[in-house]
Design a protein around this ligand. Structure first.
Ligand SMILES: [Zn+2]
Length: 336
């Protein structure tokens, strides 16, 4: 038997190698606000939690549209394509097409840190944002006369985007590309500069990456999305009733996630992280060398931060699953 610590270590090294390789193959992708948001397992968990809360009508509508309008078989799937479960398979598809469709901004909304309420629309740029994308895809799905291919895509987008918008760093920006320009030491892994383009001051691990993947996957340990979804659904059963009772209010959800990012991501560090100017840097050398400035703070995501963050991430995944089911149930109501 190989000890779990060795397995985790090996997977970390593989990820680091992959990061360098990915940068070599597609330099710009290293600066996208998110590579994959919750990561494969996180998105699959959201889909599996939603499956527990969808009505029979919603599941039938989803399976019919997704089954009759399958994903292009030649598309390279970042999370594999071996699952027969349409919703789980759909949950990661938008990340596989985000570059060819140039719709990266649909995966997040840059609400500047320090803002607390008001219309969210002003933070949604010309290229869109996650809250607008969710509303647009809901309309397509509800429109029975719309092209079935587009309606199937709308389901795939919704499954993914409701997950994305519940990743706290997908609803906040502190002049740091949603935490992508905040190098962190993750447990004992020091942040490393991307030496292929050191002028960009881009490090790995960084805060966004850690929240996307590492925190959740460490919490899952040897579990898998099916078991993790069971555990979270059980744990948040009481809360899920109040989430359902509150109804579908996508903007409110984004504000909630934004506030959660403030307290559970930035303020959870023992080192104070001041509010940065409201800018969207193209790379981590912008905003007066945000990457290097944050690197010099020597931020650490240690076991204490990890266990607090894992609680937040688990709740966020459960909430996303329940709210996704609400959206699908609502769409099925208008599609008997
Ligand atoms: Zn995404």
């Amino acid at each position: 038997m190989v000890p779990i610590s060795q397995v985790l270590e090996k997977s970390w090294i593989m990820k680091q190698r992959f990061f360098v390789l990915a940068c070599m193959l597609a330099a710009s992708s290293c600066f996208a606000p998110s590579a994959r948001a919750w990561g494969c397992k996180g998105h699959q968990t959201v889909a599996l939690i939603a499956e527990k809360h969808v009505t029979k009508e919603a599941r039938q509508l989803v399976d019919k549209l997704l089954g009759e309008n399958p994903i292009e078989p030649k598309l390279k799937r970042g999370c594999g394509n071996t699952t027969p479960d349409f919703m789980v398979d759909a949950s990661t598809w938008p990340d596989d097409v985000r570059n060819e469709r140039h719709n990266g901004p649909w995966h997040y909304i840059d609400i500047p840190r320090g803002k607390h309420k008001g219309s969210i629309e002003e933070y949604c740029g010309a290229d869109g944002c996650v809250t607008r994308a969710i509303e647009e895809q809901r309309s397509i799905l509800k429109d029975k006369s719309a092209d079935p291919v587009k309606r199937a895509e709308a389901i795939r987008y919704l499954i993914h985007f409701v997950g994305d918008m519940h990743q706290p760093l997908h609803a906040i920006n502190n002049g740091d590309n949603g935490g992508n320009c905040v190098p962190v030491k993750y447990l004992h892994h020091e942040p490393l500069l991307n030496l292929l383009h050191s002028e960009r001051e881009d490090y790995s691990p960084n805060l966004h990456q850690v929240w996307d993947t590492e925190i959740v996957e460490r919490d899952m340990e040897v579990s898998n999305p099916h078991r993790y979804a069971d555990e979270l659904d059980e744990k948040f059963r009481a809360e899920s009733e109040s989430w359902e009772a509150a109804g579908i209010h996508v903007e409110n959800w984004a504000w909630e996630v934004h506030e959660r990012a403030e307290t559970e991501v930035y303020e959870a560090f023992s080192v104070k992280m001041p509010i940065e100017p409201d800018v969207k840097p193209k790379g981590c050398s912008d905003n007066n060398h945000i990457g290097k400035r944050q690197f010099e703070k020597h931020l650490t995501v240690d076991e204490t931060y990890q266990s607090r963050a894992a609680k937040t991430a688990g709740k966020s995944l459960a909430e996303a699953g329940v709210r996704l089911a609400m959206i699908l149930n609502d769409a099925a109501k208008s599609n008997p």
